[in-house]
Design a protein around this ligand. Structure first.
Ligand code: TYD
Ligand code: MG
Length: 464
């Protein structure tokens, strides 16, 4: 019988110990020691015996790429177009997908819903390591399509889960969650780095050999990292994060790694009383719907999808020694940079004003194409001017106050037009003209930020 023993191995220098230490005594690194399970038949065996006797001829096993043909992979449809889109067109058989997110965000709901939808055409096993079968069933009965034949196993022991997977041989299996699984060969607690690593490696081996598509739920730590070592992210084929404001009902599913599709693709869902519902036209979610001073509209790109989003700024005289700057949805450093450019190149004394900025709908906008929109919201609030209805601003701000080109410009304008926006301010030199678009629009090109804001606000004079 193969007996398993565990060893503690430093992930940075490879040193082995029998005991856990916070600091590796060999290389001096902190928190690099991880418990690993070693089978006794592997230990002390030296180099594995070569299967080929010396002198015999070796026949190549590698093959020509062309000889593999171009048989298309049939993917399993998850029942939700938004989910399929993030996966790159559906779930690839034999792939390992990690779905991460904060507790309570809706990971179990999302996976239970798609498991039910997939169970109509495939055999699906839902392994719940966190809740009992009855608890999962209660949730399942709240969902719309709960008449599908979905199998459930409530189990935390890794060995038993693996045996069940081998016996049932489902096309798709869901593991909820990897942190709750327990490998009894390891002495560390479930959820620890060593446990997560061993459990996912064992699941991966089984998924690849038995062609089971595995969807694994992973929790996110307080620092916003997927709990468990980075190696977990390397091991899986796709890492999806499910995020959203707990106080708002919409949720974003985002691909941060995908071996079978594009990354940074997003899917939008809304949490309702009977589960998650997909949102096909998400731009409407991120528009505040009113025109007031301090509000501007931008078009952000997430993967291949464009989203029209409102920015809101509030600028008021400061009563502090150093003014307050708060940003939700964009980085504070980016806001500081935009404020500095406005102060230097437009002469607006923003260093004497507090500035609060928020992206509507709790969306995170990381791309620099939002810069011009942020600048417009700030100036609009500072001057108490309202941007004319139907205006969108697209452009990155250079430190010299110049506007820089952004990618996917034509696609962004199309999305704005689809939502009825007709006045579009873009950086000069894009090569686009209003006639390129079927709808009538006022396409305004600007070289600098002040030129862009004069055009956007529709005013004659200089702004300073
Ligand atoms: P859950 O999927 O358990 O989150 P996670 O697995 O990420 O921890 O559920 C999240 C929340 O969703 C929970 O607080 C209740 C709510 N919810 C609804 O609003 N409607 C529903 O139909 C369901 C099933 C859950
Ligand atoms: Mg859960």
């Amino acid at each position: 019988m193969v007996r398993s023993v565990s060893l503690y191995i430093c992930q940075s220098c490879g040193a082995q110990t029998r005991q856990f230490f916070g600091r590796c005594s060999s290389c001096g690194n902190w928190n690099s020691i991880v418990e690993e399970v070693v089978s006794s038949n592997k230990r002390g065996g030296g180099a594995p015996a070569r299967s080929q006797p010396a002198g015999s001829t070796y026949s190549c096993r590698s093959m020509s790429m062309k000889s593999l043909g171009n048989k298309p992979i049939t993917r399993y449809q998850t029942g939700y177009a938004e989910f399929d889109r993030v996966l790159g067109g559906g779930l690839v058989p034999g792939s390992l997908v990690l779905v991460g997110g904060d507790p309570g965000i809706g990971k179990s709901t999302l996976l239970l819903q798609s498991a039910s939808a997939m169970a109509i055409n495939q055999s699906v096993l839902y392994v719940s390591a966190e809740e009992s079968a009855q608890q999962v069933q209660m949730r399942w009965q709240r969902l719309e399509n709960y008449d599908a034949d979905l199998r459930i196993l409530a189990e935390t022991n890794l060995e038993l889960v693996l045996q069940e997977l081998e016996a049932v041989k489902p096309s798709v299996a869901i593991i909820d969650s990897i942190q709750a699984l327990n490998d009894e060969n390891l002495s560390s607690a479930p959820g620890s780095v060593g446990q997560v690593r061993e459990c996912s490696a064992a699941l991966q081996r089984l998924a690849k050999t038995k062609e089971i598509a595995l969807l694994i739920v992973g929790h996110v730590t307080k620092e916003g990292m997927l709990a468990g070592p980075k190696v977990l992210e390397h091991l899986v084929d796709a890492v999806l994060t499910f995020e959203g404001d707990r106080f708002a009902s919409h949720r974003l599913l985002r691909a941060v790694k995908n071996r079978y599709g594009a990354t940074y693709e997003i899917g939008v869902f809304e949490m309702q009383g009977h589960g998650l519902v997909e949102v096909r036209n998400p731009s409407e979610l991120f528009l505040s719907g009113g025109y007031a001073s301090g509000v501007s509209t931008i078009v952000a790109c997430e993967g291949t999808r464009s989203l029209v989003v409102d920015m809101q700024a509030l600028v008021s005289a400061t009563s502090y020694a150093s003014p307050r700057r708060t940003a939700t949805g964009i980085g504070t450093n980016r806001l500081h940079q935009i404020l500095a450019v406005l102060e230097k190149h437009m002469g607006i004394p923003l260093s004497r004003y507090d500035c609060y900025l928020a992206v509507a709908g709790g969306l995170e906008v990381e791309e620099p194409a939002a810069d011009l929109g942020v600048a417009a919201a700030v100036v609009s609030s500072f001057r108490d001017l309202t941007l004319p209805a139907g205006t969108v601003l697209i452009g990155e701000l250079g430190l010299g106050g110049q506007l820089r080109q952004v990618g996917q410009l034509s696609q962004r304008i199309q999305e704005a037009l689809r939502l009825g926006f007709k006045r579009v301010v873009i950086p000069k030199g894009s090569g686009l003209v209003a006639n390129d678009f079927v709808v009538d629009l006022d396409l305004m090109e600007a070289e600098t930020v002040s030129e862009a804001l004069i055009l956007a606000l529709g005013i004659e004079s200089e702004l300073d």
